[in-house]
Design a protein around this ligand. Structure first.
Ligand code: CO
Length: 143
């Protein structure tokens, strides 16, 4: 079991085929304005961050594949996009990794990986009852 309390839902990631078309809904219809739109070559994606609820809130992240060899690109090809993962924020990712390993959780990472927001690890959907789950330790919190 985790020996620390999960802080909040950090983000929900949605894979999209066309970022501008997706923003035509999330930004222009729902009115959630992106705080940033970045290229993140390490994961082969463009990311739009759509914050909700202020500094202690959550984000919707829209992911558009920019590299056709990545898992996100395969997800888009196979499923046509949609909900990709949910991310929970923890205070200490190293401790979380150790706790999850001890609990026999189905980890997809041997060590925390640099993400656009901090350091993250992923858990296989088979071990989480159907959803790809990310845990993150934020390096900095934008307030
Ligand atoms: Co994520």
């Amino acid at each position: 079991m985790l020996t620390q309390a999960i802080k909040r839902i950090d983000h929900i990631a949605i894979v999209v085929r066309d970022m501008e078309a997706a923003l035509g809904f999330y930004r222009d219809v729902l009115g959630i304005h992106p705080s940033r739109v970045i290229d993140f070559p390490r994961e082969g994606v463009k990311i739009a961050f759509l914050p909700l609820g202020g500094p202690d809130g959550s984000e919707i992240e829209l992911l558009e594949p920019t590299d056709q060899t990545t898992g996100v690109a395969r997800f888009l090809a196979q499923r046509g996009g949609g909900l990709h993962h949910i991310c929970l924020e923890v205070p200490d990712i190293i401790q979380a990794l150790a706790d999850l390993r001890a609990a026999g959780a189905m980890l997809l990472d041997e060590a925390p990986r640099p993400t656009a927001d901090g350091l993250g690890i992923f858990l296989h959907p088979k071990g989480t009852h159907g959803v790809l789950l990310e845990l993150i330790q934020r390096e900095t919190r934008v307030s």
